[in-house]
Structure formats: structure tokens, C-alpha cells
Design a protein around this ligand. Sequence first.
Ligand SMILES: Cc1cc2nc3c(=O)[nH]c(=O)nc-3n(C[C@H](O)[C@H](O)[C@H](O)COP(=O)(O)O)c2cc1C
Length: 341
Amino acid sequence: MLAAIAELRRQAQAALSPQVWEFCEASTDEPGEDRGPGWARYRVLPHVLRDVESVNLDVDAFGLPLATPLVISPTGYQTFFHSEGEVATAAAARATGAVMVVSARSTSRFEAIGAACPEWWLQVYLMRDKVLTQHLVERAKAFGANALVITGDTPYLASQTRFAAGLGTMTAHTVNLDVDAAAIDAGATAQDPSATIDDAARLADEVGLPFVVKGVLRGDDARGCIAAGARGVVVSNHGRRQLSRVAATADCLAAVVEAVGGSGEVHVDGGIRSGVDALTALALGARTVGIGRPVLWGLAANGGAGVSEVMTALIDDLRATMARAGVQQVVDLTPDLLHSL
Ligand SMILES: Cc1cc2nc3c(=O)[nH]c(=O)nc-3n(C[C@H](O)[C@H](O)[C@H](O)COP(=O)(O)O)c2cc1C
């Protein structure tokens, strides 16, 4: 882990109540077990003398140009980490050029997020109430969401991540729905466990936004999502917060990239804490690399400035690591740069 990020993590723990800290760090790991994210199983085989004076991080996703392949993964309930919550994160996204994926469980209004950062992606769960789901997405689109990340790995929330026995949950479910929390059945905003890829495709089609499916770890599922209309997938295990003993994204990424071939985009997140972690994911074929908990550590430690510090540290470290690996641009990060232990 980068030293600057480790320091912000320490500061975050000191700043947060034990309850919010535990919510942030929660995983399904057994006590004492450290499965790790798996990126360190790869070693880098650098090129030499390749003119890396100016390393270029430009990539594209959803057909849109991005200044960096590092994106802010969706994390809910950000006002529990800092009073400015998602709005501070959005300002940091704008300042650093990293795309923010705003969680459906945002505790800030989309208007305020859009005012801080004009373009972002919305993460959404397929909720039991389809009308509410569509309303949420349409509001997001009106305030700057230009792509959807539809999370597919959470038919039921794992007990570890059920935030403090419901504290704040209804607020987050309804803050962007324009409905009175008391007026709707709590089940209406829960994820619909009967949802399928066709429901995801229908939602995206109805609101007219491109989508990727988040939480895919298998090549066959990735192909199925793309066949149903997805632009691609996010290889993610939800930060190991849902399924016990779930596979590491570092171990699944290459197979998903191979299964997809050129037919769609493959994004990834999980345990990215340094430039070499990001380089490894990009070399294995990821188009973007998402950052989850470190953004929350920065937010808790120092608001938007803390988030900017995290993203800038990672962006700078990725650039420096690419230079040392002899690679000038992201498209030239290819699997032959790695060998696995
Ligand atoms: C506190 C917290 C809240 C999260 N909330 C969401 C969410 O609302 N939607 C979602 O798709 N993923 C959510 N995730 C998962 C992240 O998007 C991401 O997959 C994961 O955190 C990446 O791993 P990392 O934290 O090791 O970087 C959450 C993760 C954390 C730590």
C-alpha cells in the first residue's frame, strides 16, 4: 500500500466512530484470515530504453475519453464518513480527472453531486420497485450521469455490511427518490433477488444510458451480459463484502478478458492500493481500475482534499510505475509484462 494512503487510513480510523470504521472495513474473511487481493502474485517484466519521458494515462470507456484509468468505485453512505459526503468526493473527481461512480445508496442529492462534477456514472441496484428504480436513474441522468454500473452481485446484503442494524439505511434509500421514507415499504428499495440480466438491459434501454454489470467473476457470465446488451462488465467481488470465500478479482480478470475478447469492456476493482497494483490490472486487460475503501479513508481523514490526495497519489504512482516498466501509454500495458508466481 502506498505510504500516503496508509497514513490517511490511520487518520480515518482515528476520525470515525468504531461503528462506521467497521462498516468501511467489513469483509467476509474469517477472523485472522488474510486472503489478500492477489495482485502481488504477479511480477513485472519491464522494457528498457523505450522513451518514457512523457507517460500518457488517457483511456476511453463507454466511448468517452477519460484522463486516467483510475476510477472511484461506488461506495454508499458517504455522509457518515464526512459531512460533505458524496459532494466532496465529486469535487475531488473533477479536480483529479478520475470518474466517480456514484452509489445508488448516496446520502447526497444528485443535484449537488452534478453541481460539483458535471459528468459521472451511476451505480444502481435493481430494486424490487421498478418504478422507483427507474425514477432514481432518470434523476441521475438529469444531473449528469452518463453511464450505468448495474450491480449484480448483491441479491441479498451480507450481514457484515448491513450498516449498524439499519441506521441511516432508509435515508440513503430514499434521499434521491423524492418519496417520504415513511410512505414506502422498506422492501421496495431492497435489491430484487429475482432480477436477471434482461431486467438490467430493460432498465438501461428505458432510460437511454449505456451500462456495464458490476460483480462479474466468470467469463460465461460476462459473455451473457454482453449478449444481453451490456457494454461490458466490472470484475468485482464487492470488496469481499458479500460472498464468503469468493474468488479474488486478480485471479478472475484474465479469464474474463479472454472470454469477452473484443466484444466488450472489462473493468475491475478490489484491493488496488498502489500504482503497481493498477499496472497489473491494466496489463491483465482491465480498461479501468476502481478504488473503493481508500477513497473513504481520504474522505474521512480530510474531506474532498483527502479524496484528491488518494487519487493523485495513485495516479502519480501509476505514471511512475509505467515509466519504470518502460511503457508510455495504457494500451501498451499487455499481459507479457507480467509473470505470475
Ligand atoms: C463502505 C463500502 C460501501 C460500498 N457500497 C457499495 C455500493 O453502494 N454499491 C456497490 O456496487 N458497491 C459498493 N461497495 C463495493 C465497492 O464498489 C468496490 O467493489 C470495493 O470496495 C472495491 O474494493 P476495495 O475497497 O478493496 O478498493 C462498497 C464498498 C465499501 C467498502
